[in-house]
Design a binder for this molecule. Structure first.
Ligand SMILES: *[C@@H]1O[C@H](CO)[C@@H](O)[C@H](O)[C@H]1NC(C)=O
Ligand SMILES: [Zn+2]
Length: 230
């Protein structure tokens, strides 16, 4: 009969809806967990490859200087204004709020130098370790950093202080083969790892503190020390 068929159909529909609702309720906590996990930011693990495309970094630096997140990104220059390996590196540095340790063999990139000075002005505690043979080369940023009041220490050895790493806010390690020079940034094949990793940051910080103490100026010797007479 038509009436009975209709009734069966209705019951089937009700049962189906109830089942659907039950499944949905069952899945709700899982869905909420997924949503929450998605919102928690994953630690940064990134690699930058150089040479970097030459892009304009003016907007990035101006914006960081003004201290406003939504500064105008317009710039009249003829360079491309997209992302590049250098602009990514700058962004990671410019995110510093408390501290920046730099352990660099050669540092002459004006953009990176500007970023570091900007952080210093903003109150970030900046410490630089570098190599004595390269810090006075043409275009070196080291003198400018010192003039700006940033603490710089260097080796006194024949061996090179050949590290190229940085630590941002005791949280992010930046390390790789890259000299912080325009020559290397624009021409060399290099890699830079950006790691938000507690263990690696701790190990590199310990090494930094060790070098920092070893290069303490009170330990510099400006004249050959006299051999002890016995
Ligand atoms: C790194 O920088 C130093 C100092 O400017 C330079 O002598 C050396 O050749 C650079 N290394 C590379 C691979 O560019
Ligand atoms: Zn521009």
């Amino acid at each position: 009969m038509a009436g009975g068929g209709m009734e069966r159909w209705c019951w089937a529909a009700v049962a189906g809806a109830a089942l659907g609702l039950a499944v949905a309720l069952e899945a709700l906590p899982w869905a909420l967990r997924r949503l929450r996990a998605g919102r928690r930011r994953r630690p940064r693990h990134e690699v930058l490859f150089f040479p970097s495309q030459v892009t304009c970094t003016e907007a990035l630096l101006k914006e960081a200087d003004a201290g406003c997140a939504a500064g105008p990104r317009v710039c009249g220059c003829s360079l491309p204004h997209g992302e590049s390996a250098l602009s990514r590196l700058l962004s990671v540095l410019l995110a510093a709020r408390a501290s920046l340790e730099l352990c660099l063999f050669a540092f002459s990139s004006p953009q990176l130098g500007r970023a570091v000075q900007l952080l210093h002005r903003r109150g970030v505690r900046v410490r630089v370790v570098t190599d004595c043979d390269y810090m006075a080369l043409k275009g070196s940023q080291i003198g400018l950093l010192r003039k700006a009041g940033i603490q710089v220490r260097h080796d006194q050895d024949l061996g090179y202080m050949h590290h190229k790493f940085a630590i941002v806010d005791r949280k992010v390690l930046i390390t790789g083969s890259l000299n912080w020079t325009t020559q290397a940034i624009q021409n060399n094949r290099e890699n830079v790892l950006i790691l938000e990793d507690e263990d690696f940051v701790r190990i590199f910080l310990e090494e930094f503190e060790h070098i920092w103490e070893e290069f303490n100026p009170t330990k510099y010797t400006f004249f050959p020390q006299k051999k002890s007479s016995h």
